[in-house]
Design a protein around this ligand. Structure first.
Ligand code: 8YV
Length: 312
């Protein structure tokens, strides 16, 4: 099942699997028909949904983040959950750097200006941005994606700080990154990149108190999930120029209401959840989700199975 699966998905899936799309939740008649679920973020896959689909043998997520899936509820029903780890790290790290550069160097405002009637002559005082090269980057969440962001940032000669649940001494040696507590990282970074998953621990991680710790000249980049940042607090901080700017690929809610005050701010760059949206990555995500789906449908172990997070 899926909500408007991309054409390539349908092509690679093949004709032997019938696809039933849904928008707001499965139709009552789907209950006995559906044996596998393909999901990518909405609607939520939880116990209530699964109870309406008693034949389901597998939930296959087209993506790595599974915050929209109740994994323990699936486990309780012996339904394996698959995802697509690894294949999207490079693409998502590329996009982190793209957003970072865009907000620092006024790319979006500059694009609009260069197309508009005001651009009549070169002006050396126009749209002076923040220099990225040599500035300090703080990465929150030094997982697979965060590490690839660090690799890229090294190419920009950026000193790199990181905050993670656990200190990663191997990464410190290999990537030259330095561990900081979250308050230290926020206070010392010129750019703060959020690359962590959305979990109970990271929900609302960046609120008014955290934004107040950031330098007034600093930028926040959210490539993680909207829920990692408290939207109202970010709106206020940007409106008051308490931080210099933000670039977000994800929001809470997503999408934002069309009249949301964040959308009116010129110190915000926003994209519609494009982290993994590159050609080779999206193809590989589709392939991996189909491999997981087919394995689950035939009772085989999934190639990439999500384990319920043990409580700490
Ligand atoms: C997905 C993502 O495209 O994999 C993730 O966690 O954020 C994106 O790459 C999106 O979640 C839809 O599955």
């Amino acid at each position: 099942m899926g909500d408007g699966l991309p054409p390539l998905f349908l092509e690679l899936l093949g004709p032997d699997i019938e696809v039933l799309p849904w928008q707001q939740g499965p139709d009552a008649r789907y209950g006995e028909l559906v044996t596998g679920v393909i999901t990518y973020g909405h609607p939520r896959v939880d116990g209530e949904l699964l109870d309406r689909l008693p034949q389901v043998k597998v939930v296959s997520n087209h993506g790595v983040g599974v915050d929209h899936i109740d994994v323990p509820a699936c486990a309780a029903r012996k339904i394996p959950v698959g995802n697509t780890p690894g294949c999207l790290d490079a693409s998502t790290a590329d996009m982190t750097m793209a957003l970072l550069l865009a907000v620092a160097r006024n790319l979006v405002i500059g694009d609009h200006f260069a197309r508009g009637p005001q651009f009549t002559h070169y002006d050396p005082a126009l749209l002076i941005g923040a220099e990225v090269s040599g500035s300090t980057l703080g990465i929150v969440g030094l997982g697979r994606i965060g590490k690839q962001v660090a690799q890229r940032a090294r190419g920009f000669d950026m000193p790199i700080l990181y905050h993670n649940r656990r200190r990663d001494e191997a990464a410190e040696r290999e990537l030259g990154v330095q561990y900081r507590t979250l308050p230290e990282l926020l206070a010392q970074s010129d750019f703060v990149a959020l690359n962590c998953p959305l979990t109970a621990e990271t929900t609302g991680l960046i609120g008014a108190r955290e934004l107040a710790l950031m330098k007034p000249s600093a930028f926040l980049i959210n490539m993680a999930r909207g829920g990692v940042v408290q939207t109202d607090a970010l709106t206020t901080a940007l409106q008051n120029r308490q931080i210099a700017g933000a670039a977000v690929d994800v929001t809470d809610p997503e999408p934002l209401p069309r009249n949301h005050p964040l959308l009116a701010l010129d110190n915000l760059v926003i994209t519609p959840h494009l982290g993994s949206a590159s050609d080779r990555t999206r193809r590989r995500m589709i392939e991996m989700s189909i491999i997981n789906l087919r394995a689950g449908l035939t009772g085989q172990p999934l190639s990439w199975q999500v384990r319920p997070t043990p409580s700490r």
